[in-house]
Each structure stands twice: as structure tokens, then as C-alpha cells.
Design a protein around this ligand. Structure first.
Ligand code: BYC
Length: 332
């Protein structure tokens, strides 16, 4: 359809030329980053910076859109009208996050249509966490508490990311994630203080979502391919392991407060580090979910493909309406 790459064709060509011709661009660019400058859409930037950001922001957008599906599973079965309204509002927020993020990614030159095509073909990645099923109502609480909680820890530093459009999108996203985290914790609190069955449901959900939530931060630092360059470019401000540890340390007291047990027998407070030691993460599972889609990957992509197909007439109608409006404006 259209792209919000703000550069004219001439500017794009000259930027490409500059990238090819000007080896100094990297130094000049790095100096701007080191100076704490914000990079904007029309600024000259190394092609690799453009590519890694397009990759990360589009994966992030896909995660928001796919992330609606596990929660959408409970809209018709939320236990009360109030719970249903809150859940609908949250899912709608996730759609909004996807839209801000696709727009931010488009400023780097790829169209939203292209990015979505990559998602639908199965080429593009999205967060592994959304390939886990949500068989119980407690999972809706746990997603808010842990998944949105992990997202906040990961995304607060992204508000200071060097790329302006991404950083600005993150500010609003984080405010909303913070509300999502609280509503999730409130659901889990209600269950943990409810009947024995309700508490057991909350514990079972925590057991299933704990380890996948830790995987949201990406592979361990030693296996992370993008971290070192992206930290130099101030896209990432902290490593995957640092943020994961921050999340663990913040979440354990929350579980203890509810009388729930984190499913990690090796969890131990380390006085010297002032932090929790934790057990090994099953990285084979992580890579397998990335590669094969885990339990729900096929269903998730199928659902997005069906939505794209069913929405053809809506997009056609919107385009026809826009064309009509613009024809009217030209006459006026
Ligand atoms: N799942 O070198 P690394 C939400 C890939 S939405 C799948 O460390 P990087 C919410 C990685 O892409 C939350 N793939 O990469 C929505 C790379 O592969 P490629 C989504 C993963 O980019 C609805 C390879 O592994 N949040 O909260 O430096 C409802 C090597 O990794 C994952 C974001 O997207 C994963 N978990 O760091 C509720 C945040 N982890 O691309 C909630 C923005 C890694 O080379 N993204 N991979 O083929 C980031 O901060 C970073 O991209 C990551 C990974 C920390 C995720």
C-alpha cells in the first residue's frame, strides 16, 4: 500500500550512495550515538543500523499482533462482564501497539504490507511466548503479570533507544503495559486468595509460564548475535541476561506475597551479588519453538492468515473511501 519512509526518492538514493561511498559515515554516525543524539528517519545511517532496527521493530510489531491471540481465546469466557471489558480493552491496546510499531518500522523504508507478508509466510519471527497455549482463565492473569511484566523490563530502556520513532512509540507502549501488568497481577491475586482450586489454577499457570517468560529476553548473552553491535548503537541499553535478572529479582517477591512458588528449585538469594541465582533455562526448547513454532505456532499463523483474508473487503472499502475523499478535495 504505502510506506511512511519520510525521505524523497532523491534523498533515499543519496543516502544509499553515501552508505556505499562514505566509509567515514560509520565514524560520524558512531560519534553522534556516543554523543547521545537521537537518530531521526531522514538522517544518514549505516545500512546495517537500518536493517537491524527494521528487523527488531517489525518482530516487535508482529509480537503485539500475534500476542492478541492467546488472550482473545478468553474473551467469550471471561468470568464476569467487568473482566471481559478489561480484557477487550487490553487486547485492543495490543493492536494499537502493533500499529505504532509498524509505523515506526515504516519510517525505515519497508512497507507495512511487506512486513505483514513476512509474518503470514512464516518468514518473520515473533516472540516465542505467544506460541504457548492459554487453557485456563488464570493464564490471562499470568500473561498480564509475567508477560507484560517482562515486556516492561525489556521496553523501558527502549524508550531511550537511539532511533527516535521507536523510542517515542515505546513511551506510550510502556505506560499501557504498566496498566496491563497490574490488571494481570490483580487477577492472579484474586485467584491466589480464592478457593483452593483457584489458587491451584494460579500455581499451575505460573508453573507453565515462568520459564517461557524468562525466554522472552532472548538467548543468553554468549549466544546473542545482535547484542554487542546493538548496544554500541544504543538500540539496546542492557544485555539480555541483565534484563532477565532484573525481571527475576522484581518478580520473586511478588510471587512470595501471593504465596505462590516459582517453579525453580535452584532459585536462591545470592547475598554477594544482591540478586537471585536461578536454574538453567532450557535453551533447546527456546530454539525449537523459534524453529518449529512450538505448541501453537501453526494455529497462530493460520489465525492471522484468516484475518488477512477476511479483511480484504474492509481494506478495499477503506481505500475506495479514501480515493473518493481525495477526489472530492481536488475538485474543491
Ligand atoms: N522470541 O541476538 P539476539 C508483548 C531471536 S510483545 C523469538 O539476542 P536481539 C506483548 C532474535 O530475533 C513483546 N525470537 O536478538 C504483546 C534473533 O533472531 P534474528 C515483544 C527471539 O534482537 C501482546 C535471535 O533470536 N517484545 O510484550 O538483539 C500481549 C538472536 O537473539 C526471541 C519485543 O519484541 C524470542 N523471545 O534481542 C502481551 C521487544 N529472543 O532476528 C505482551 C523488542 C531472541 O537474527 N525486542 N530471538 O533472526 C528486543 O528487545 C530484542 O529483539 C530481543 C532479542 C531482546 C527480543
Amino acid at each position: 500500500m504505502y510506506s511512511t519512509d519520510l525521505r524523497t526518492d532523491k534523498e533515499k538514493k543519496s543516502a544509499d550512495q553515501q552508505i556505499l561511498d562514505d566509509a567515514e559515515l560509520w565514524d560520524t554516525f558512531q560519534a553522534r550515538i556516543d554523543n547521545g543524539d537521537t537518530i531521526e528517519a531522514k538522517d544518514a545511517m549505516p545500512e546495517k543500523y537500518r536493517q537491524t532496527l527494521t528487523r527488531q521493530i517489525s518482530q516487535h510489531a508482529h509480537s503485539e499482533i500475534i500476542g492478541q491471540l492467546p488472550e482473545g481465546n478468553w474473551v467469550t469466557r471471561a468470568p464476569t462482564l467487568k473482566r471481559k471489558l478489561i480484557l477487550l480493552a487490553k487486547i485492543q491496546d495490543e493492536a494499537g501497539h502493533g500499529l505504532y510499531l509498524y509505523s515506526a518500522a515504516e519510517t525505515l523504508g519497508r512497507s507495512r504490507d511487506d512486513m505483514v507478508a513476512d509474518l503470514l509466510s512464516g518468514k518473520a519471527k515473533y516472540s516465542t511466548i505467544f506460541n504457548y497455549p492459554t487453557p485456563t482463565w488464570a493464564d490471562i492473569g499470568t500473561i498480564g503479570w509475567l508477560v507484560d511484566g517482562a515486556a516492561i523490563v525489556n521496553q523501558i530502556p527502549l524508550c531511550r533507544c537511539s532511533y527516535g520513532p521507536y523510542a517515542r512509540a515505546m513511551v506510550r507502549v510502556c505506560k499501557e503495559e504498566s496498566f496491563h501488568q497490574r490488571q494481570g497481577y490483580e487477577i492472579v491475586t484474586t485467584l491466589a486468595r480464592g478457593s483452593a482450586e483457584q489458587k491451584a489454577m494460579a500455581q499451575d499457570s505460573l508453573n507453565r509460564f515462568w520459564w517461557p517468560s524468562l525466554m522472552m529476553f532472548g538467548p543468553s548473552d554468549s549466544a546473542s548475535t545482535h547484542s554487542s553491535q546493538n548496544m554500541k548503537w544504543n538500540i539496546k541499553r542492557h544485555s539480555n541476561d541483565e534484563l532477565r535478572q532484573r525481571f527475576i529479582d522484581a518478580t520473586i517477591p511478588q510471587a512470595e506475597f501471593l504465596g505462590l512458588t516459582i517453579p525453580d528449585p535452584d532459585l536462591k538469594w545470592n547475598e554477594e551479588r544482591g540478586s537471585y541465582d536461578h536454574g538453567d533455562i532450557d535453551w533447546d526448547e527456546f530454539w525449537a519453538v523459534i524453529k518449529d513454532g512450538g505448541i501453537c505456532g501453526k494455529d497462530r499463523i493460520q489465525a492471522r492468515r484468516a484475518a488477512a483474508k477476511d479483511g480484504v473487503w474492509v481494506r478495499a472499502a477503506a481505500e475506495a473511501y479514501a480515493a473518493k475523499q481525495s477526489a472530492k478535495e481536488q475538485v474543491a
